[in-house]
Design a protein around this ligand. Structure first.
Ligand code: URA
Length: 264
């Protein structure tokens, strides 16, 4: 019965579901749904966490294949009409970056600039994210950047549960393909959705958490931190320092050098 229910979650059913269980673990329900689908279609059987040596052996071929698969997801997203946001957007914003990225940054959803350009994090919050990435000694092209929602909610309102339910499978597939070592969840919506919790970002940030990527796959380390839009609204040295401390933990976990001058 559960399998049947979760294998056919239509937007209508999702709405019904969210109406029935308002404060519920929406992401848990979505995860169950996706896991059921993966189980019955064998999607999960493809993936096995990549060992570093295997990554080298796979080389460019695997990266190119992943990039191709990511582009297929992006095409699906651009045609998606699973929720109302599909008819309100100018452009869908599937996400972009390195298909072989060690870090995936996940935000909340596109704003006006992103909607206009079809690219994630290109407005003011995006420019600040670029600075954070540069401070880490990385380039935007080293990482993958995307959002929980692929279309802009009107007036930048918070994502609705039915929208998250419709959209989350795209992100889950992107993460499965990229198989990053670390996910950085930017802000409360990304962190709560991916961790299936109602805790505040203040409680969550700064400590590695675990994102469960699906049946038969090891969990991915997830670092929640403040959203760069929050940093812009609350631009204090303390908040900047908190985000930098979180990013230093990410760099340390990846065995990457920690640039000295950053975070000042
Ligand atoms: N805020 C987000 O959460 N995502 C974007 O892409 C831009 C701003």
């Amino acid at each position: 019965m559960t399998g049947v229910l979760f294998c056919c979650v239509t937007p209508e059913l999702a709405l019904q579901f969210s109406a029935m269980e308002k404060d519920v673990d929406i992401t848990k329900a979505v995860r169950q749904h996706v896991e059921m689908e993966q189980f019955f279609t064998g999607f999960a059987a493809k993936g096995k966490a990549k060992e570093p040596e295997q990554q080298q052996q796979d080389g460019n071929g695997a990266a190119a294949e992943a990039a191709g698969e990511l582009e297929k997801i992006a095409d699906e997203v651009r045609q998606c009409r699973k929720c109302d946001l599909g008819s309100l957007r100018t452009n869908a914003v599937p996400g972009e970056g390195n298909a072989n990225a060690r870090i995936v940054f996940v935000g909340e959803g596109p704003g006006a600039d992103e909607d206009a350009q079809g690219r994630p994090f290109v407005g003011r919050a995006g420019q600040l994210l670029d600075k954070v990435i540069a401070a880490m000694g990385l380039k935007r092209s080293d990482v993958f950047i995307c959002n929980i929602l692929k279309c802009r909610p009107p007036e930048n309102r918070d994502p609705r549960p039915d929208e998250i339910i419709s959209c989350l499978p795209y992100l889950q597939r992107q993460i499965e393909l990229i198989n990053p070592e670390i996910i950085v969840a930017l802000g409360a919506h990304a962190a709560r959705t991916l961790l299936n919790t109602n805790k505040s970002i203040g409680q969550l940030r700064g400590q590695f958490q675990q994102y469960y990527a699906g049946l038969g796959r090891p969990p991915v380390k997830l670092m929640p931190t403040y959203h760069t839009a929050y940093l812009l609204r609350n631009y204090s040295k303390e908040n900047r320092q908190r985000v930098w401390e979180d990013m230093k933990k990410v760099l340390a976990e990846l065995g990457l050098p920690i640039p000295k001058q950053a975070g000042k």
